[in-house]
Design a protein around this ligand. Structure first.
Ligand code: ZN
Length: 406
């Protein structure tokens, strides 16, 4: 198959080019070049996307597949009490939706029953349609700690935490997810209590490294983020309410930061329309603005920022990577770097750069074709013309799916 791209963005951070050709064979990209390079090629199937933009399939580095982004608090509580089977059906639907919106790889960071691990296997065996899934199986927290109510593995002390790490990996986890701190308290403007100690985090990282798995941590506030950085984790999720100095340390480190602006942005919208004690408008606004200011500082200091939507969080639907990228651009990231944050850089951060993230020979043919130039406006990433996952053509999401589901 020979694909012609009117505008071509390869995901490596290289400037976009016009009129490039991508040769695909057996699900893999075999060559990328100009018209002359393929003049003598025997082409079985040519696809002309001259009016469109072709870029790598997107990567969402932070999702929770078990839950849709519903913004009804009572409904959310009910969802958490659902049985495994119904949850699995919902999650499979979320997964398909994600792929049809142009996201070809997701990293699930926790949910009941280790549901993402089941989905990963089902996708791998082609029983259901979805992006490739990386899973932490169950997130790990202290007893009663953050997200324990969503099927988290509770563990106390370094020894039990190391045991919990072994369990997740034995169950099929690609990475380990630790809940280092709690939820941000928007009323007090506080970052949530540190839950895992530095020793706890170190024990988890040592065990994960021994077994060859990276570690992702949910951490907010200077203490939590610094403890995580000191323990040599691989990705820091959220990092809300950090201070200047901590952003400096984070930016100097090789650690990737997944600031997940989307859920905060959604909470900000939610609290303007609803009165919820946990989300006072003034407090949410303060936290949101502070987070954006720290991200801007991180961008200027060269922090390795990557895109994760926290899909499944309040109001954050699956597959809406474009919004996270638009929010990163609003924080001062260049549009090209933003695309990289959901393609080439994201792939490196989560350990899949050998197979996906850029359009280059040897990689899977994971491609997204959109109408318009997303470098001018990230929301154009929603205008999906076609998605390819490993060379297989996937029909874009139908309009009815795009209506907000309640
Ligand atoms: Zn999350």
């Amino acid at each position: 198959m020979l694909i012609k791209a009117g505008l071509f963005i390869d995901g490596s951070g290289a400037p976009p080019r016009n009129d490039r050709f991508i040769a695909v064979d057996n699900g893999k990209i075999v060559a990328v070049g100009g018209e002359d390079d393929f003049a003598a090629a025997q082409v079985e199937h040519a696809v002309d996307y001259s009016p469109y933009t072709v870029l790598p399939g997107l990567i969402d580095c932070h999702v929770h597949l078990f839950l849709e982004g519903i913004d009804d608090m009572e409904k959310r509580r009910c969802r958490l009490r659902e049985g495994r089977e119904i949850m699995l059906f919902r999650a499979a639907r979320n997964l398909e939706l994600t792929l049809r919106k142009g996201v070809t790889t997701v990293r699930d960071l926790g949910g009941p029953y280790g549901i993402a691990t089941t989905l990963k296997r089902a996708v791998g065996e082609k029983k259901i349609l979805g992006p490739r899934v990386l899973t932490c199986h169950r997130s790990i927290s202290v007893p009663g700690g953050h997200f324990h109510y969503a099927g988290g593995r509770e563990a106390a002390g370094p020894e039990e935490i190391a045991q919990a790490v072994r369990e997740q990996i034995a169950a099929g986890a690609d990475l380990v997810k630790l809940m280092v701190t709690g939820m941000v308290d928007f009323r007090a403007g506080e970052t949530g209590i540190p839950e895992l100690s530095r020793n706890d985090i170190q024990a988890a990282v040592a065990e994960a490294q021994r077994l060859g798995r990276p570690v992702s941590v949910h951490a907010n506030g200077p203490c939590g983020v610094r403890d995580a950085l000191a323990a040599n984790v691989n990705t820091v999720e959220h990092g809300i309410l950090v201070d200047n100095e901590t952003v400096g340390i984070l930016s100097q480190s090789q650690v990737h930061w997944v600031p997940t602006i989307s859920p905060l942005w959604q909470i900000l919208n939610y609290c303007r329309d609803h009165s919820a004690a946990a989300f006072p408008e003034e407090g949410v606004e303060r936290v949101y603005n502070q987070h954006c200011a720290m991200i801007s500082q991180g961008i200027a200091a060269g922090a390795e920022i990557i895109a994760g939507t926290d899909a499944g969080a309040l109001g954050v639907d699956h597959g809406e990577v474009w919004r996270e990228l638009a929010l990163l651009v609003a924080c001062g990231m260049s549009p090209l770097a933003a695309i990289q944050a959901a393609t080439g850089r994201a792939a490196r951060a989560i350990g899949v750069s050998n197979t996906t993230g850029t359009v280059a020979p040897g990689k899977h043919a994971d491609l997204l074709v959109v109408c318009g130039n997303p470098l001018q406006n990230m929301s154009l990433l929603r205008n999906v013309i076609q998605v390819y996952k490993e060379g297989e053509s996937i029909l874009p999401v139908r309009r009815q799916y795009q209506e907000k589901r309640r």
